[in-house]
Each structure stands twice: as structure tokens, then as C-alpha cells.
Design a protein. Structure first.
Length: 313
């Protein structure tokens, strides 16, 4: 990508972000693919199919390369530079070998200490240690452990039923925007991604869908990936996690710890209205996505330009 093209892309991106006119793809796509516009010589856009690039591992089900997406400025996000995933504490030796092939320079773990304590630290290739960068879950993990360990259907219904689980998730998403501590963790990660001297980076949380999903959504929009494509990347966690999450529910029912494990489904899934809760909060607090990037996350145009230079070709 030439310097002139980068400067033009940044100028257009900054203007579009400031007034909230980022174009969105017009049509839905299958769960494993997405469509995004590419510029034609006439200055219009057409739809081009793209595949979400999952990295199949045995001990983690939601590992993906964020590269490959087309941008509405006519570029394409480079592959092999930024990865998103669920927790890496259950990786097999074969998995760590596969992970070493990615050439990762850094792994960022958004989990809180309680999650790491119960689920285990990441198993990573030799010489690589995860950087702990906790993003609050508003106590969800502890609440979930308490509900399951109670073994009482009435208690579980009282804690998670009647739309309470969904409301909890929406509250968590709002804190991605309102919490200064959470914003600082996301901002630091974006600055590291933008650093031209930083090698490939992977970020993750427990399921790789909420904190990781929001981080991925923000990064893709900042790179001028159309909103519909960024949203489909977010929602794809439901496809990649479906079988594993169903096994968890079946195990809880079989063990007798939950009579109605379907109470967990709102917590296991990503949903459009969860994402909408965060974006509505963003609009209320900062007016636009650009305001969230600059005022909320403290990113300047130089950092946004570095993101473009490094990640878009």
C-alpha cells in the first residue's frame, strides 16, 4: 500500500468515522464467510465473498486469523499478524506446535485472575508467556460458578432465568465502553497491534467471544472493514463454539448439577443485541465510533495511520 494511498485512506477514514458514515455491506452471508465491498474503477462497490479463517486446534475452538477482510477504502487486511481466540489452557502438544507455526510475538490474556485460576494458565510454545491484561466481566464468572455449584434449580432460575442472563450480558458490554480500566486495556492492545516493530499478536479471553469479540470488532472497524463484515466476524463465535457449548450443557445435566442447563445459553452465545448495547453506549458517550477511538481510547491519528500502514495492503 503506497504512502499516498495510506494518507488518502486515513483522511477518508477519519472523516467517515467522525460523522458516522462508514458503509455497511448490504446482504447477509453464511456463518463461515462474509462479504465486504471492494472499490471498482467507477468508484462504486461490489460484494466479494471472504472466508473467516479459523485455525483448527483440539484444545481451543474459536481461534482465528483476523486477516483477509476487504476494506471499503479498497485494501485488504493482511493475514498472519493479528489472531483472536478463546482460552489456551487446554492446548495439546500438537496444538502448541501448530501455534508455534504462527510465529507469535505476544499473547494478550483478557481474563480476570479468577478465570485463570479455575481454567488454567495458557499453554504456549516455548519462550512465549501470556501478558495478563484483565478486562472486567462484572462478576459474571463468579456468579456462574455460584449458580452451578448450588445445584439448586430454583436458585439457578432466580439467578439466570427470566431474561436476567441476557440483561447481565448487555451490562457487561456497556462496561467495555464506560469503564476507564477496560478502555485502557483495549487501547494498550491496539497500540501494540499498531507498533510496526511488534510481531504477530494474539488476544483472547475465556470463550473468545465477548471481550475478544468487542476488541476484534473495534479493530476491524478502525481498519475500515465494513460494519456488516465486522459484525459477522463477531457473530461467528456462535458457529465455532456451538458443539463445545452443547457438550458443556449436556455434561451439567448428566451430572445433576443443572436441571435446566439451557439457562446458560444466553451466556454462551454472542447476540446482536449485546453488541448493540455497546455501540449504543458508545454513541451516547462519544457521539461516534471516531469519538470512541480518540476520546474514549485515547488513540490519535498517528496511531490509526500506523494501524493502516501495518495491517492493510
Amino acid at each position: 500500500m503506497s504512502r499516498a494511498r495510506i494518507r488518502l485512506a486515513i483522511a477518508v477514514l477519519a472523516s467517515a468515522l467522525a460523522i458516522g458514515t462508514l458503509p455497511a455491506a448490504a446482504h447477509a452471508a453464511p456463518a463461515h464467510s462474509t462479504t465486504a465491498p471492494t472499490a471498482t474503477s467507477a468508484g462504486r462497490y461490489h460484494q466479494q465473498a471472504e472466508t473467516i479463517r479459523q485455525i483448527p486446534l483440539q484444545g481451543a475452538v474459536n481461534v482465528r486469523d483476523l486477516g483477509g477482510y476487504r476494506t471499503w477504502t479498497g485494501g485488504q487486511v493482511r493475514q498472519g499478524l493479528v489472531y483472536r481466540s478463546d482460552a489456551l489452557g487446554k492446548l495439546t502438544p500438537a496444538d502448541t506446535t501448530a501455534l508455534s507455526g504462527l510465529g507469535l510475538a505476544k499473547v494478550v490474556d483478557f481474563r480476570i485472575p479468577m478465570e485463570v485460576r479455575y481454567d488454567g494458565a495458557d499453554r504456549l510454545p516455548a519462550g512465549l508467556t501470556a501478558t495478563s491484561r484483565p478486562v472486567s466481566d462484572l462478576g459474571l464468572y463468579g456468579t456462574l460458578l455460584g449458580a452451578i455449584s448450588s445445584g439448586d434449580p430454583a436458585t439457578q432460575e432466580q439467578m439466570l432465568g427470566g431474561g436476567r442472563a441476557e440483561a447481565y450480558m448487555r451490562d457487561i458490554y456497556r462496561t467495555f465502553v464506560t469503564s476507564p480500566e477496560n478502555r485502557a486495556q483495549f487501547a494498550t492492545t491496539l497500540r501494540e497491534i499498531a507498533d510496526g516493530s511488534q510481531g504477530p499478536l494474539l488476544f483472547h479471553c475465556t470463550s473468545g467471544k465477548d471481550r475478544t469479540g468487542w476488541m476484534s470488532y473495534v479493530l476491524l472497524l478502525a481498519l475500515a472493514v465494513p460494519e456488516d463484515a465486522a459484525t459477522r466476524d463477531y457473530l461467528a463465535s456462535n458457529t465455532f463454539r456451538a458443539a463445545y457449548d452443547a457438550q458443556v450443557r449436556a455434561g451439567l445435566k448428566q451430572s445433576g448439577r443443572m436441571q435446566n442447563p439451557d439457562l446458560l445459553i444466553p451466556l454462551q452465545e454472542v447476540r446482536q443485541d449485546y453488541l448493540d448495547a455497546a455501540t449504543a453506549q458508545m454513541a451516547a458517550d462519544y457521539g461516534s465510533f471516531y469519538g470512541y477511538l480518540t476520546d474514549g481510547l485515547g488513540l490519535d491519528l498517528r496511531t490509526l495511520a500506523k494501524l493502516q500502514t501495518k495491517l492493510v495492503r
